[in-house]
Design a protein around this ligand. Structure first.
Ligand code: AMP
Ligand code: TRP
Length: 356
């Protein structure tokens, strides 16, 4: 079996406000992995435009996500932070994958069904093809591990299906060209911790989301102390006190959600939170949660503001990251083109010219 160097890749869309779900389900996990793996974290602006984005807001949102990555603790001197559209290799590989993935596979994607809603005829073609671009993001770097929230699980399974079909369909070429028995790895999702699916504060059956019309449904990374406290105070709950064991949270989705949020913010587990707060009413637990949330989010919020005050500096970080990303992705995409059978003489001529 071909061995692949371990590498982490993940992406966040620059659409609307980043919220606690993005932060706890994804970004803090990105931070946690940076001591163990080389990491590439991408602001996926090409994914964002699968639904309409106001151009100026998009530009600001790209910088905001980059600022959130850095404010949360990702070190841009040690790892790669960039925005997707600056590295054209993503689009090139996505096209090849559009020709590997089957209509039937994409038709099964629940995120497409949710986002397209009833008016499928009016959804962009990009929204439908979104998962093959996501596979290209990951496989352009032959990434082996991808930290994400629970909602991305199906897309990562599709990424493995695409890698497997490519490896299988082109097996002979892959071997002939000296790439061994597999060109792309079968990427492992990392979906771990108490916050892989943070729910709306207004409705424990709906995921916390950027697109929920009620701002009280989510805590935004840009919310100040008062907004955070007020949203937690107003969060929907039931009248019972907290149980002392996990079993007691079953069929209490709102309580389960707040306990999970506390556990994730405290870098603890839901079990431990229930050991500490079992028997307490929400009148006691909510203020404790609000205090913890403010304490953990205030420094991130302040650092994001500081970074966003200097967009030129953020753009420099993104440009440097894009150069580093392209350096890794270019040979991978060149190999994929050779495997497919494309004639790539222009690329070779350009390479010779830059050596001369
Ligand atoms: P998106 O904003 O859709 O680009 O999501 C960025 C990352 O945040 C992905 O890894 C998602 O799985 C994760 N994420 C989004 N919403 C939630 C949520 N409510 N709970 C946990 N993770 C989430
Ligand atoms: N689809 C992901 C989301 O909505 C974002 C994303 C795009 C991504 N490309 C990726 C996540 C590659 C992980 C790896 O959250």
């Amino acid at each position: 079996m071909t061995a692949f160097e371990p590498r982490v890749f993940s992406g966040v869309q620059p659409t609307g406000n980043l919220h606690l779900g993005n932060y706890l389900g994804a970004i803090t996990r990105f931070v946690a992995l940076q001591d163990s793996y080389p990491c590439i974290y991408c602001v996926v602006d090409m994914h964002a435009i699968t639904v309409w984005q106001e151009p100026e807001e998009l530009t600001n949102a790209i910088r905001s996500v980059a600022a959130a990555f850095i404010a949360a603790g990702i070190d841009p001197d040690k790892h790669v932070i960039f925005n997707q559209s600056q590295v054209h290799e993503h689009a090139e590989l996505a096209w090849i994958f559009n020709c590997v993935a089957r209509m039937g596979w994409l038709n099964r994607m629940t995120q497409f069904k949710e986002k397209a809603g009833k008016d499928r005829e009016n959804a962009s073609v990009g929204l439908f093809a979104y998962p093959s671009l996501m596979a290209a993001d990951i496989l352009a770097y032959k990434a082996t591990h991808v930290p994400v929230g629970e909602d991305q699980k199906q897309h990562l399974e599709l990424t493995r299906d695409i890698a497997q079909k490519f490896n299988y369909d082109f097996a002979e070429r892959i071997a002939e060209l000296g790439f061994g028995d597999a060109y792309f790895p079968l990427t492992e999702p990392i979906i771990q911790g108490p916050a892989t699916r943070i729910m709306s504060l207004r409705d424990g059956s709906k995921k916390m989301s950027k697109s929920d019309p009620s701002d009280y449904s989510r805590i935004n990374l840009t919310d100040d102390r008062d907004a955070i406290s007020q949203k937690i105070r107003k969060a929907k709950t039931d009248p019972e006190p907290l149980p002392s064991e996990l079993k007691g949270l079953e069929s209490r989705p709102e309580a389960q959600n707040l306990v999970g949020i506390y556990a994730a913010l405290a870098n603890s587990t839901s079990e431990q939170v229930l050991t500490d707060f079992g028997g307490a009413p929400f009148a006691t637990f909510k203020p404790a949660l609000a205090e913890l949330a403010v304490e953990m989010l205030a420094p991130v919020n302040a650092e994001m503001r500081r970074l966003l005050a200097d967009p030129g500096h953020l753009d420099q970080i993104l440009a440097k990251g894009a150069d580093q990303a392209a350096e890794i992705a270019a040979p991978v995409i060149d190999g994929a083109k050779d495997i497919v059978g494309f004639v790539t003489s222009r690329r070779k001529r350009t390479a010779e010219r830059s050596v001369a």
